[in-house]
Design a protein around this ligand. Structure first.
Ligand code: GLU
Length: 536
């Protein structure tokens, strides 16, 4: 440790007298009163205007751990990088959580920085007083110091370190402001310079520090000897490292779920918690969600630039049932879920306990085919009224067919009820809301694409004959008898006769039960479609 700075100097260095003592902060943000074993988790995105599927994956773990333990899941916006911030980004995060049903219990509830909860502010940009107060404590103790290195000086240091084959960074003898005198600091402040605040690291890389990850176990790292920046000079805001320490302590996080890219700074974080005498949270560093690269054939992380499915919002606009997306992601973190659901032991992910130890630690492949399977199963298991509501609601916001289907909910319900009456044989051809509508689009004249080419072929005669005797009130047996009679008269197979009708009425060779389709379409539409072809 170095000698601590005087209160006057600390106030000058930080641009103001610190508002709180550590004891006051401890009191202001008391330990939460929650049942034993309750977990407090958080999602802490930077507001970049984009919700990565990997973020959603973490949110799911956060939310699930809090939910199953009777804890709290909160949202914290890490807006300390003012250069990267995008307008409306918080709104996008909130919207994503809302549309996937993963809302936080605490945190921002609107873009205008209005939040709910007692551990806020939940925007880091509004927590400057808190960071400055903790920084002041470290400065008092000589565990942090002001550093006036310019970027040109740091470049020079880096070049020298590289040339000498040394690790780059501000540490040991390179950290020239580490032990600077008060007089030197005052001289710079008098000249109007604003310092960064650095950690006065006493770590020795020859020694090991053990950092515990709840899944990976205890990981040995060389101790950190870098004098990491805690508070930046341009806006007085903290770096990720310092904000993590301060926020996760005072917001009383018990479990930090974050990406494995933070493993390399794990020793620094544990070092800081130890320095403060605070108990670190339990850490779960998640692996990436991967895909197979089209060009190289190799497994790689889902990329914002290359993979549309990296953007969680696309699952909403493409009309995926969000429950199925969550079930699929959840089955990656809790691989026993699929079996438990198949056996009827649980109905949904909220009933299945996530075991932290079983969270996978190597890159998980995100497989669209597997997601499709979950979606088919999910839609097949839905009551038809709910299916209709969901599709209808989705279409209003996202769908080009809305102009046609709006106001036709009853017709849509009749269409989607086809082949849904036998629970053992429910059709599984619906995957997304969008694809479902495309699948049944032929029921609407505006969307129906007829194949008129058959009119000149051998299908012409059965169509004409069918029209002559068609009665929409026929029961299925009578209807079928008429078709088989026509086939016999014309010397064609029953299948060919039915196919001729199917193609003309639906524009397709493969459809659900044709009798039901005609019933739903109704007399006029059936006659019109056949008539259009037979009248040439
Ligand atoms: N803002 C950090 C990020 O987006 C948060 C990491 C964490 O969860 O601690 O990566």
């Amino acid at each position: 440790m170095r000698a601590g700075l005087s209160p006057d100097l600390i106030a000058r260095v930080l641009g103001g007298v610190p508002k709180y003592t550590i004891a006051e902060l401890e009191e202001k943000f008391p330990l939460r009163t929650l049942p034993d074993g309750a977990m407090v988790t958080r999602f802490a995105p930077s507001p970049t205007g984009y919700m990565h599927l990997g973020g959603l994956y973490q949110v799911l773990i956060d939310k699930k751990l809090a939910q199953q333990s009777g804890g709290v899941f909160y949202l914290r916006i890490e807006d300390t990088d003012t250069k990267r911030e995008v307008d409306g980004a918080t709104h996008i995060i909130l919207e994503s959580l809302r549309s996937f049903g993963l809302e936080s219990d605490e945190g921002p509830i609107a873009n205008n920085k209005y939040s709910r909860g007692y551990y806020g502010p939940y925007f880091q940009s509004e927590r400057k007083d808190i960071y400055a107060s903790v920084a002041a404590e470290l400065l008092t103790r000589g565990a942090a110091y002001p550093c006036f290195l310019t970027s040109a000086e740091m470049d020079e240091i880096r070049e020298k370190q590289k040339a000498a084959g040394l690790p780059t960074g501000i540490y040991g003898e390179w950290a020239i402001w580490r032990d600077a005198s008060a007089a030197d600091v005052i001289a710079r402040l008098d000249a109007g310079e604003i310092p960064v605040i650095r950690l006065y690291s006493t770590g020795n890389p020859e020694q090991k520090i053990y950092c515990k990850d709840a899944v990976r176990g205890s990981i040995a790292f060389p101790e950190n000897n870098e004098d990491a920046v805690l508070i930046k000079s341009d806006n007085g805001l903290p770096t990720y490292h310092f904000a993590h320490l301060v926020d996760d302590h005072f917001m009383r996080t018990t479990h930090v779920v974050r990406g494995e890219e933070w493993l390399s700074s794990f020793p620094l974080h544990i070092q800081m918690f130890n320095m403060m005498g605070w108990i670190p949270p339990v850490y779960i560093h998640t692996s990436t969600l991967d895909t197979i690269d089209d060009e190289t054939g190799k497994q790689r992380k889902l990329s914002k630039r290359k993979d549309p499915m990296a953007n969680a919002a696309n699952f909403i606009s493409d009309g995926w049932p969000v429950e199925a997306v969550l079930e699929y992601l959840f089955n990656i973190v809790a691989s026993g879920y699929e079996e438990a659901k198949a056996k009827g032991q649980v109905k949904n992910i909220w009933e299945y306990d996530l075991k932290i130890k079983k969270i996978p630690m190597s890159g998980a492949l995100f497989d669209m085919k597997k997601l499709e399977w979950w979606a088919r199963e999910f839609i097949a298991g839905m009551p038809v009224d709910e299916l209709v509501d969901r599709i209808y609601a989705w279409s209003e916001y996202y769908d080009e067919f809305w102009g046609t289907i709006s106001g036709q909910k009853d017709y849509l319900r009749a269409i989607l009820s086809i082949e849904r009456d036998n629970p053992k044989r429910i059709r599984k051809d619906f995957v997304t809301w969008k694809q479902t509508l495309e699948e049944v689009a032929y029921f609407w004249d505006d969307l129906f694409v007829g194949t008129h080419t058959c009119a000149q072929g051998r299908e012409y005669a059965p169509l004409q004959e069918f029209l002559a005797t068609f009665n929409v009130n026929d029961d299925k047996d009578t209807w079928w008898k008429k078709i088989t009679d026509i086939a016999a008269r014309l010397g064609i197979s029953n299948g060919d006769a039915a196919m001729a009708l199917r193609v003309v009425i639906t524009g397709r060779t493969n459809t659900p039960d044709l009798y039901s389709i005609m019933q739903v379409m109704g007399d006029a539409r059936v006659r019109e479609r056949i008539g259009k072809v037979t009248n040439g």
